[in-house]
Design a protein around this ligand. Structure first.
Ligand code: AMP
Length: 347
């Protein structure tokens, strides 16, 4: 767990007044339902926001940490929290109890580790090419870092790969180290479903919480154009997420939806004990053979959970009342307090 030790976190937790727990997070998109859900379950809430722009979101600042501990805070991580605080800081300097498994955050952030989790679990993933010369069908080329789909491209042959790389280098978008690190994988022609789950470490159970699909620029605007015009303008689309639609998946695919999540939770228990612990998301593409193929995971609450702040069709079937991801997190913390098992869900 980096330099932050679980024993130290449990000591801090032991000093907390359990009747006065605050659920806290960093101001960002998913904080909306994290705090709303915490209120619905009767918790006090706190949010760390920027004051002026000089030190944006400085949640690892010692004073902020002390203030959080003083309010018996349990911090809920999300993508922006990790991005702003920095993974090294979260592992080495953030001495505030956090919900979930702190160690798993590195496993989703590093592509090789993320892939290892999926391979170990035997989840169907896009075929990976080790060298551009092996390209024998359409591939998706991705680059390291938080590019969020910017600069991804599709190629069908080694020659097309080289030509597109040269064009990007000429524009100053890539350097040789980026090209070295390029990740080349099978282009999955299918529909996108980002599936949001909650793994309860208290009950050793995975729940399907909701699904969304992404609205990406410029590809989703580009495909509205007639094919002839697409060819004429010769634009290279990018895949930058600009929004999300709620989705439901064909009912007969649900067994696969549950199966891949069970596999991932088991492999996470093996590779990064105690495992996923809380919200996670599997980003998938469903091809016309009706295979659910996972190309990416988030091991914490994902932005797409905003599509079901008031519950999804799936969380409605489980709970019969509005259940956002934020509320589900708060419910787990509440159960942990009631059963005196908070140490199972806090790091
Ligand atoms: P990512 O940054 O990995 O979330 O990918 C951004 C977007 O690129 C996805 O939402 C998909 O639209 C697309 N994408 C990623 N990987 C693949 C793939 N292997 N095949 C087809 N499209 C992909």
């Amino acid at each position: 767990m980096g330099e932050v030790k679980k024993e130290d976190i449990l000591d801090i937790l032991a000093g907390y007044d359990k009747s006065e727990i605050t659920i806290a997070t960093l101001g960002s998109h998913t904080s909306l339902h994290i705090l709303q859900g915490a209120k619905e379950e009767g918790f006090r809430t706190a949010i760390v926001c920027e004051k002026g722009r000089e030190v944006p979101y400085d949640i690892v600042n010692e004073d902020v940490q002390q203030q959080l501990r003083d309010m018996n805070a349990i911090v809920v991580p999300h993508g922006s929290f990790v991005a702003y605080a920095g993974l090294d800081n979260v592992e080495d300097k953030f001495n505030v109890p956090m919900f979930g498994n702190r160690d798993v955050l590195r496993w989703e952030a590093e592509r090789d580790k993320e892939r290892a989790l999926l391979v170990e679990g035997d989840v169907r993933i896009p075929f990976k090419y080790n060298d551009p010369s092996e390209i024998d069908r359409p591939v998706m080329v991705k680059f390291p870092g938080a590019r969020g789909g910017r600069g991804y491209f599709v190629a069908s042959s080694p020659e097309e790969f080289d030509a597109k790389i040269d064009a990007m280098k000429a524009r100053g978008w890539l350097d040789d180290s980026d090209v070295e690190a390029a990740h080349i994988e099978e282009y999955v022609s299918g529909c996108n479903y980002c599936i949001h789950y909650f793994y309860s470490a208290l009950d050793d159970k995975v729940e399907l919480m909701g699904m969304d699909t992404r609205y990406e620029s410029s590809i989703d605007g580009f495909v509205r154009m007639p094919a002839k015009d697409q060819l004429d303008i010769d634009l290279s689309p990018s895949y930058v997420v600009t929004g999300n639609h709620p989705a439901v998946i064909r009912e007969s695919l649900l067994p696969q939806v549950f199966d891949i999540a069970d596999k991932l939770t088991e492999s996470a228990k093996k590779l990064v004990a105690p495992g996923l612990n809380g919200p996670f998301c599997m980003q998938t593409l469903v091809n016309d053979n009706l295979e659910v193929i996972c190309f990416e995971i988030s091991a914490r609450t994902d932005g797409g959970t905003n599509t079901f702040m008031d519950g999804s069709p799936y969380s409605y079937l489980t709970y019969g009342k509005p259940m956002s991801m934020g509320r589900r997190i708060a419910l787990e913390i509440k159960n942990g307090i009631e059963r005196d098992e908070l140490e199972k869900i806090i790091t």
